[in-house]
Design a protein around this ligand. Sequence first.
Ligand code: B12
Ligand code: SF4
Ligand code: SF4
Length: 274
Amino acid sequence: MSLLEFFRREAIDAYSMVDFSLCRVKNESLFSRLFSDASPKFALVFLLPYFASGVCPTLSRYAVAEDYHLYVKDLETRMKAADGSVLAVCADHSPIDERDAALRAGLGVRGKNGLLIHPKYGSFCFVATAFLKDAPEDVPLTSGVAPRDCEDCGACLAACPVGALSGEGECLSALSQKKNVAKEELELLKKHRVLWGCDVCQDACPHNRDLPDTPVAFFREKLIPVLTSRKLDALLATGEFSRRAYAWRGEATIRRNLENLEEIDAKKDEERRA
Ligand code: B12
Ligand code: SF4
Ligand code: SF4
């Protein structure tokens, strides 16, 4: 099957193929491991939109569906079977600077919030890359575009509760994913009601208004927009926990964050009863 047909069936419609020389290799050891037999000549950079409407009060949108790494792993197997020129498909754990590649491939603008912003899907999209040894006949080659910045309206900087975008504080998303946190850091997560990840600078961005729901089925199914300790227990009992983005730091980290936020509700209950 051609890669274009493959993408059509997956509902992946934001992609661009560039010469590999346009990619900035960031992780040399991963590059050597992945491409010991053949070097990639082309990079097919594509986006996986994950916005699904609905309220997620404490959990970041990227963690509401199942873990996108699982989708990309499965996609890699199927893309390799569809086209022999596919050497590897990566997202997140990638040898290249993914945002930079997507920017140069013309898939969006560089947001002040540190994210690639696509004209249709905003910043609520993952960046993925298929590394190819030959150019597939049906995917046009883009010569690359000059990087463009967002209009710098400043809304994301103003909205960030800890000043992370101006280098003042540590990003709450990073804090929520730390295995060991200081008491003050836990208090910060509680104060800003962060369970896992943070979307504040994305929610503030005008490019993320009126977004369409993702067309990619994986990101519309098996959604858990509200995670509780009880739901976590159920996920652990069925073995589904390992399929969630918040599993990568182990059960203890997400349980700690849950208990941290549940303390707020317990306190409120106590106050109501008093
Ligand atoms: C480490 C990491 C984090 C760290 C550090 C974040 C950061 N801003 O770099 C933490 C844990 C905080 C984090 C948080 C999030 N992350 Co993150 N993260 C990564 C990861 C694995 C590495 C990035 C890295 O090396 N950062 C360290 C910086 C300092 O390295 P750097 O190379 O020097 O970065 C410079 C260049 O990238 C340069 N730059 C060059 N070209 C371009 C182009 C664009 C468009 C931009 C914006 C910047 C840029 O800007 C940086 C500063 O100089 C990437 C995946 C990857 N392999 O690239 C995902 C990635 C950046 N994360 C992603 C996501 C979704 C998130 C969150 C939204 C998740 C969440 N909701 O909590 C938040 C957003 C926080 C924010 N506003 O940045 C996506 C972003 C998708 C997009 N549309 O841009 C990525 C690309 C993963 C993926 N494959 O989709 N992340
Ligand atoms: S993800 Fe949250 S803490 Fe991190 S920069 Fe954005 S608003 Fe600030
Ligand atoms: S909120 Fe404004 S400054 Fe920040 S990324 Fe969006 S357009 Fe750029």
